[in-house]
Ligand binder design. Structure first.
Ligand code: RFL
Ligand code: PHB
Length: 391
């Protein structure tokens, strides 16, 4: 089998890239380790930056997004029980974010794949890139016990943080930068109306809490928890009590409790591997970098990476220029590091750090009070939250 671009992983990075290349007339095949139901079923991101919304429309995938996506012109912060709003649209000259679950994005991408001739091979076991330093790289995998091989010009490693692509870059070339946070997020989904029409990020002495949503009838809530904690110890009652305590009276008064149908704990990590290209292998999305979810940047970064990568590959095939390919890693990393900084900063501002002392806590409180009273500080937060431009 032969294609121009072999894409490893059918998450947001891999599938958006496949659709973009298809649009440009570049051949690609996506190899995914799991099946569609698994990839689509993972409860993850909820907030789309304008870059991601624009891409959905550009690919003519925006029908349901237009009808069901919830456009947010602002976001809210609770500090010391007091809620204040950041009017992102007013501050940034009209930018907004849209709440539309990653699961919905994946459904739209998968539904359109086959009719548009985007090839996805599911249940591909032991996927491995080969000869990425040569002009003739290839990928092997196993399917139903049979060894398979895909010859290609380029390989896109879109296989997430735990994928195999990043490890194909020689250890003396790949530099990694990492921060592991001493806590996680316990997330809950429940079919109850959200407590607000926008998101609420809360800094409380007992720890961070976040009120989000998936629809007018489905709430997504998170509380910061210890890394060693077990789901079994978090009954719904305990969760709702802790959430309400941390959100403060104003928001807690509007929380509708109900049975949760999904509950999971996710660790928080900042990670960047550079460069994002080696030979004929490119990394995109979580395969190259991870952010803590506080800034809602993960999926949006995967999208901005593949927009740049698709431009670079298209330039190679259509214009015969390798300038985009040669510049991809530096261009993508410039945006990645800014999102890493914002996600790290927003995490530090809103979470309780078990290893920090009273002085650090006072600094958090003072910074939150400063943001509350300063248009300049709010603008800084807003322009990062809605997403920095692609340059
Ligand atoms: P993914 O989604 O991990 O997809 C990688 C795909 O590759 C497959 N794969 C392989 N395939 C073949 N061979 C192998 N050896 C393979 N190994 C892996 C996997 O099965 C999978 O299908 O990476 P991608 O495409 O880079 O997308 C990244 C995003 O999924 C991720 O950044 C976001 O979900 C992060 N995230 C959020 N992002 C946002 O933009 N906004 C948010 O509000 C937001 N909230 C979140 C989040 C992530 C969270 N968790 C659980 C990590 C909230 C949470 C709680
Ligand atoms: C979500 O709705 O899952 C969500 C929203 C905002 C974040 C992280 C996750 O910062």
């Amino acid at each position: 089998m032969r294609t121009q671009v072999a894409i490893i992983g059918a998450g947001p990075a891999g599938l958006f890239l496949a659709h973009l290349l298809r649009r440009a007339g570049v051949d690609a095949v996506v190899l995914e380790r799991r099946d569609r139901a698994y990839v689509e079923g993972r409860v993850r991101a909820g907030v789309l930056e304008q870059v991601t919304v624009d891409l959905m429309h550009r690919l003519d995938l925006g029908g349901r997004l237009r009808a069901e996506g919830m456009v947010h012109t602002g976001t809210n912060i609770v500090a010391d029980g007091q809620l204040f709003r950041i009017d992102m649209a007013e501050l940034t000259g009209g930018s907004t974010v849209t709440v539309y679950g990653q699961q919905e994005v994946m459904k739209d991408l998968f539904d359109a794949a086959e009719p548009r001739g985007v090839t996805v091979i599911f249940d591909a076991e032991d996927v491995a890139p080969h000869d990425i330093d040569s002009a003739r790289p290839y990928v092997t995998w196993r399917q139903d016990g049979v060894e398979r091989r895909l010859d290609c010009d380029f390989i896109a490693g879109c296989d997430g943080y735990h994928g195999i692509s990043r490890a194909a870059i020689p250890a003396d070339v790949l530099k990694t930068f990492e921060r592991v946070y001493p806590f996680g997020w316990l997330g809950v989904l429940a079919d109850v109306p959200p407590c607000d029409h926008e998101l609420i990020y809360s800094n409380h002495e007992r720890g961070f809490a976040l009120a989000s949503m998936r629809s007018p009838t489905r709430s997504r809530y998170y509380v910061q928890c210890g890394l060693g904690e077990r789901i079994e110890d978090w009954s719904d009652d305990r969760f709702w009590d802790e959430l309400c305590l941390r959100l403060g009276d104003e928001a807690a008064g509007r929380v509708t409790r109900g049975a949760s149908f999904e509950k999971s704990i996710a660790p928080l990590r900042s990670f960047v591997g550079e460069p994002m290209r080696h030979g004929r292998l490119f990394l995109a999305g979580d395969a190259a970098h991870i952010v803590p979810p506080t800034g809602a940047k993960g999926m949006n970064l995967a999208v901005s990476d593949v927009v740049m990568l698709a431009e670079a590959l298209t330039e190679h095939y259509l214009d015969g220029s390798d300038a985009g390919i040669d510049g991809y890693s530096a261009r993508a990393l410039a945006r990645v590091w800014k999102a890493e900084r914002f996600s790290w900063w927003f995490t530090g501002l809103t979470h309780r750090f078990p290893d920090r002392d009273g002085f650090d806590r006072k600094m958090q409180v003072a910074e939150l009070a400063y943001i509350r009273g300063s248009r300049a500080a709010q603008l800084t937060l807003a322009e990062n939250y809605v997403g920095l431009p692609l340059v």
